[in-house]
Ligand binder design. Structure first.
Ligand code: PLP
Length: 410
């Protein structure tokens, strides 16, 4: 870092300011985490230099024997962690992993059944502005109006009517567990592949805090940077039968050279997740999300679906007469970083929304527990309800983060 500071003080300043931003605020974005210094060391390594198209032992470049070790260790650790037949650790991101899964299993024009973006699904599950909606015929399922949970009867009816080649479950803004066994049954009924997009939940699966999709899915795509607490990146688990189709879909079909520094960092993160303390972390993430949801509910901030089983809460702000975008801004002014989010059947456009999404991976990594979640719930409520009182909320944020700093000094 000393060298970076001498050579490029402008960028060194950005790095310092970002650490200070993390230390000074509360990060409640459900898809973010604080990767360990060991993960960050692997990311900032000379492995970034190496071209390694192909797979360990079968590369299209010389000099890969050292980086091969990193990828082999990453694959072996992920296999041990998830009990999957096959793992591909090369996808650059969750979206890249999904692109590869579509490429492995489908042809353009095929029908896919996936969760609507407006009900919690992801862009790559059929949005018209994404490859998935442009190149595939995507039929959307949603949640019920009364329970705000997935309507499995609707999923079955749509599957029977549209005969999709692939069904996707797993979401971006769904606080409840997905019943993988029910999805498996529906996929089998209509002869479809089942893709579980576990981008958000794979860290909780790794920590044995939620049921694993591995026994039910043909393919599981995931990200390594969310609850998993690794480097920004993606991965794919699949059955032995699909191993070579998935590998060929990642390279050479949708990617070139893998990011070997990121692959090494994924290995470090999988190693961390194999340790017993990761299980305690994953369980605490969920306990914290429940405590935060309850605290917000007590402040008349209605949790969509009535609560949470995961790392995130989705809150309907309509009873307070506040929009998602206004709440996001007031919270940010107090140092509480969260995002506006559409709620199911949202009357507001996506740029405004009636809701906010909050997640607990970062604050849990900082060592906060249930009592801190009660305090955070009260701070969020105060910031959202009384934007005039931001200064006093900001002071509370500072006090709380001092006691539980992100990346403690030294
Ligand atoms: N799938 C789901 C369900 C997600 O929530 C996300 C990201 O938020 C992705 C895929 C894409 O991940 P990435 O941003 O790494 O491309």
């Amino acid at each position: 870092f000393a060298q970076l500071r001498r050579q490029d003080p402008e960028i060194a300043r950005v790095l310092i300011d970002e650490v200070e931003r993390l230390r000074g605020g509360l990060q409640l974005i459900a898809s973010e985490n604080l990767a360990s210094p060991a993960v960050i060391a692997a990311l900032g390594s000379t492995l970034t230099n190496k071209y390694a198209e192909g797979y360990p032992g079968r590369r299209y470049y010389g000099g890969c024997e050292v980086v091969d070790r990193a990828e082999t260790i990453a694959v072996e650790r992920a296999k041990a962690l998830f009990g999957a037949d096959h793992v591909n650790v090369q996808p650059h991101s969750g979206a890249s992993a999904n692109l590869a899964a579509y490429a492995a299993l489908l042809r353009p024009g095929d029908t896919v059944l996936a969760m609507a973006l407006s009900h919690g699904g992801h862009l790559t599950h059929g949005s018209k502005v994404n490859f998935s909606g442009r190149w595939f015929d995507v039929v959307a399922y949603g949640v019920r109006r009364d329970t705000e949970t997935i309507d499995y009867d609707e999923v079955r009816d749509l599957a029977v009517r549209h005969q999709p080649k692939m069904i996707i479950c797993g979401a971006t803004a769904y606080p409840r567990l997905v019943d993988h066994a029910v999805f498996r049954g529906i996929a089998d009924e209509v002869g479809a592949w089942l893709l579980v997009d576990a981008a958000h939940t794979i860290g909780l699966v790794a920590g044995r805090a939620v049921p694993s999709p591995v026994p039910h899915a043909d393919v599981i795509t995931f990200t390594t940077h969310k609850a998993m607490r690794g480097p920004r990146g993606g991965g794919i688990l699949c059955t032995a039968e699909l191993a070579s189709r998935i590998d060929r879909a990642v390279f050479p079909f949708t990617q070139g050279g893998p990011l070997m520094h990121a692959v090494a960092a994924k290995a470090v993160a999988f190693g961390e997740a194999l340790r017993p303390d990761f299980r305690a972390y994953a369980a605490q993430v969920i306990a914290n999300a429940r405590a935060l949801t309850d605290a917000l509910a007590a402040e008349d901030m209605r949790p969509v679906s009535g609560g949470t089983d995961t790392h995130l809460a989705l809150i309907d702000l309509r009873d307070l007469g506040v929009t998602g975008v206004a709440a996001e801004r007031s919270c940010a002014a107090a140092g509480i970083i969260l995002n506006r989010n559409a709620i199911p059947y949202d009357p507001e456009p996506p740029t405004v929304t009636s809701g906010i999404r909050l997640g607990t991976p970062c604050v849990t990594t900082q060592g906060m527990g249930v009592s801190e979640m009660k305090e955070i719930g009260s701070m969020v409520a105060q910031a959202v309800r009384r934007p005039g009182a931001i200064t006093s909320v900001a002071e509370r944020v500072t006090r709380l983060t001092r006691g539980h700093p992100a990346y403690p000094r030294g």
